[in-house]
Design a binder for this molecule. Sequence first.
Ligand SMILES: [Mn+2]
Length: 393
Amino acid sequence: MLKIVHAADIHAGRPASRELDKEKASIRRREIETGLFRIAELCRREKADLLLLSGDLFEHSHARATWAREAGEVFRSIGGTRVFISPGNHDPLVRDSLYKTVDWPGNVTVFESDRIGEVVLEDLSTVVYGLGWRTYLEHRRLLQGFRGARDGLFNILVIHGDVVWNAGASDSGSQYLPIHLEDLEGTGVDYAALGHIHVPGAFKAGEVTAVYPGCPEPLDFGDKGERGVYLVTAARREGQAGFSVSPEFIPMALREMRSEDLDITGLDTLERVRNAVLSFGDSSARKRDLWAIRLTGVVEPEIVFDIRELERSLGDDFFFLRLVPDYSPGYDLDALSDPENSSLEGRFARHLMGLRDELVEKGEGRSARIADLALQYGLDALRQGKVILRRGR
Ligand SMILES: [Mn+2]
């Protein structure tokens, strides 16, 4: 049985979001660049035969030479695990690449050519194919026509690239090494260790088991949900040809990115909103994770919340908190529609409401919605002195 740890897209050196303060940004940056070291720890614990790193191991423009040396030492410390690295678009083998500054230990192979290379591991009855990016963009279908199906061996492909899910469509123009499903299937490998997509997921292309492990630590606010690596076991099928391949996702991220909506309709003081925000997660999840909370709903137009102040006052409760105001003032349209009301607001509101009703009657729903938004924006301008952007409802 073969035990494989497969990771990708660590992006060591990547600066944390500019929104983090200096101290937390440096904490987060270190957590991201030490992801590799925790992965090596997993290899040690699992006694993994292979560690596959499918590109974007570091960011060429940000990673430090000292980090690369640390990485070399960490690889040396797991000498029982063979390490295969296929550079990607963030760590391409350009002239001054960090890959060329480190004297990598003997258990490490970096695929340095953009033509597919191979390493046969006799003792493991395994062959590992891979190629490395040498530029920041790669339009070529480098897998097209490649076949790597050695009889009797477990065939692995390590590559950083962009799977094209619906070939035939015009989206084959990826600049990140397009991998057409037919090309992937045609390789005939048993396991395709992919990198590039930051969301973890396993799939089949014909008989090929393919995995994007995703980034081990979330990098952007879009990276919601668990992040980690894959632990893959491969064994010969009893009495049959071929191998059974079982990829298992192993969550590893130190922190999660959380996005939540909070309806603040009816919460009429900052203190109430504050308490509602504190109802998310438990205190350890709040202190650990990075949270983006969208405040929705309708509030009385007289209430003005100082959102930045609220974020500051909650700063100690969350590792990071971003509040996104997306609520809107609820105007009392009944009072404004009274013909006795001769204020500018009243006359404006009646005009727009009349227009809206006319459009509804004509069946012009979209224009009616625009008239309704114009009513809200106009009242914002008159009452608040500014316009509050709303989602079209
Ligand atoms: Mn990446």
